[in-house]
Design a protein around this ligand. Sequence first.
Ligand SMILES: Nc1ncnc2c1ncn2[C@@H]1O[C@H](COP(=O)(O)OP(=O)(O)OP(=O)(O)O)[C@@H](O)[C@H]1O
Length: 242
Amino acid sequence: MSAPQISLEDVGLRHGAHAVLRGINLQIAAGSRVGILGSSGVGKSTLLQIIAGLVPPTSGAVRIDGAPTDGAVAAATMMFQRPALLPWASVLDNVLLPARLAGRVGQSRGGARADALRLLQEVGLSERAEARPHQLSGGQQQRVALARALASEPRILLLDEPFSALDPEMRGGLRAEVGRLARKRELTLVVVTHDLADVAALAERAVILGGRPAGIVEDFILGSDAEAELREGFGRLDRRAA
Ligand SMILES: Nc1ncnc2c1ncn2[C@@H]1O[C@H](COP(=O)(O)OP(=O)(O)OP(=O)(O)O)[C@@H](O)[C@H]1O
């Protein structure tokens, strides 16, 4: 097997006296898709932020492509529950934001603009390029956030409850879209969620966090009936705890 793209070795995290995570060993191969599950407050978002390089662990090591992380991981981008779009900027300018921050948008905006329009087309919003975010539905706003996330050309897409603010219909549509675009680009995908259907649709491997401080209590490959396998995984935990 090739070296993992994301590697956490004996990672722990404390907030003062509060130990949140302990002994996390997690290896994720390039192009694979992992769902991270666990009860509320167990430390799922914290783990994702550690992978993104946004929160340094208090112990252990995090490596991306074999190199220790030092600040935000350039190869990774994150999508959150809320799209966090700039309200005064058009949809197109929101998607252009990563290029602008990277200094890739010149006076003409030519190449970056064409790329951003192509991304909007991919998420089905090319006709809304000049709209402001408040003129779009919640699902459409998340599609803009997805296009913006992809605009930075990440190799790793980190999703933190990206669909939980959406109604069930939009949720299903956006979930399918994220899966399609991630597979097309062969992105490594790590999704933190409460929803087993998110993991079943997007991931091929499930990691469940549990305990206080939390560690990995289940880590398994999903088969053809992923939702049932996930329920079984939680059932094993409940039986162990009883
Ligand atoms: N900046 C912080 N300072 C102190 N404690 C924090 C901080 N951030 C998170 N925590 C604590 O760390 C623990 C894990 O939080 P985290 O948000 O990672 O959990 P989670 O599993 O993602 O929860 P949820 O599913 O409810 O979003 C919680 O007990 C939380 O209160």
